[in-house]
Design a protein around this ligand. Sequence first.
Ligand SMILES: *Cc1c(COP(=O)(O)O)cnc(C)c1O
Length: 422
Amino acid sequence: MKKPFVTKAQIEEIVKKYPTPFHIYDEKGIRENAKALKEAFSWNKGYKEYFAVKATPNPYLINILREFGCGCDCSSLTELMLSEAMGVKGEDIMFSSNETPAEEYEYATKLGAIINLDDFTHIDFLEKTIGYIPETISCRYNPGGYFEIANNIMDNPGDAKYGFTTEQLFEGFKLLKEKGAKHFGIHAFLASNTVTNDYYPTLARQLFELAVKLKEETGVHIAFINLSGGIGVPYRPDQESNDIAVIGEGVRKAYEEVLTPAGMDDVAIYTELGRYMMAPFGHLVTQAIHEKHTYKEYIGVDACAVNLMRPAMYGAYHHITVLGKEDAVCDQMYDVVGSLCENNDKFAIDRMLPAIEKGDYLVIHDTGAHGFAMGYNYNGKLKSAELLLKEDGSVKLIRRAETPKDYFATFDCMDIFENFQF
Ligand SMILES: *Cc1c(COP(=O)(O)O)cnc(C)c1O
């Protein structure tokens, strides 16, 4: 069973100061998880997690991860700026972008970030943009085809826009070496939200074998292998969590069987986890404000898809707990819906839940990554606040809610709003 990290009583206190909807994050959970990740890979001297900033771009949350030695994985100008503002720079930034604008390569270079090239043509593009090829450089690999574990298709890299083909990777390393690169990284992200302890070990073994070949054929020094993101979380209550210790051991085994015998035991392992670091430690808290009985039973809540887009965008499942009714029987079938004029604005469809009354608070689980961050402003809806539930039980506002003034702020005719009381 999925249990919220907040109680009804806590939420009733919190809403006196911060009205729903809001995202709330669990500091204790984030810390314990980050510590366990660090321990799972402590066998590798150079290990580093670069948190995928796009998942949850909030400096208060990223600073918690930094206590555990995490860097930042960025893919845009503002993510680079956020990292810089937090004091993260140099090789603590991995710049894993694609279709990258020149100004972003310039900015990343100014910060001393490690650049992870998404395409063969970017070798030339980067050199023309910044005037040289950095000594440390990484390339994103895409083997094509399907990514399978024990005949189960996990994902379809052959259909993904990312990365170099195998041939391009060998050519690319040769070219980069000629142009002065000295330390190379290999990056691959071949399956998303995997709920199996085998994804990283399987991926790692493939990349380790590739690294040995690349070293033999091109003579380059492979400094790191970046397993990127993709470790998932159990969004559904019947799914079992990944065991990060088992995953770390699985990667170690592949390392010792492939890299160590090849004399490559100085290779650092990097990860760029987003979802795994944050998703379970965020809740979207919303209040039931309407019920509607037509061809179906609807519960209307004060959050909508702008606060959490994954159900509308991917049909993603997010578990829902009705606070105070954690142990009640789920004998009602509802669609839980937001207020957008879009029929896909549904947090749950045909979901069995306890009987909901207007005023009940609902926790939508696992919104700590790719939740608030994917927010948008359709229908003129405003983005919510983000709150941090601290280890001592207190609550800190870590991002205020948007106001109408924020929404109108990019017009160059703000004077038409001059008589409004914002
Ligand atoms: C999105 C992304 C990640 C993080 O993915 P998760 O599924 O959140 O682990 C890591 N690296 C890159 C390049 C990404 O685009």
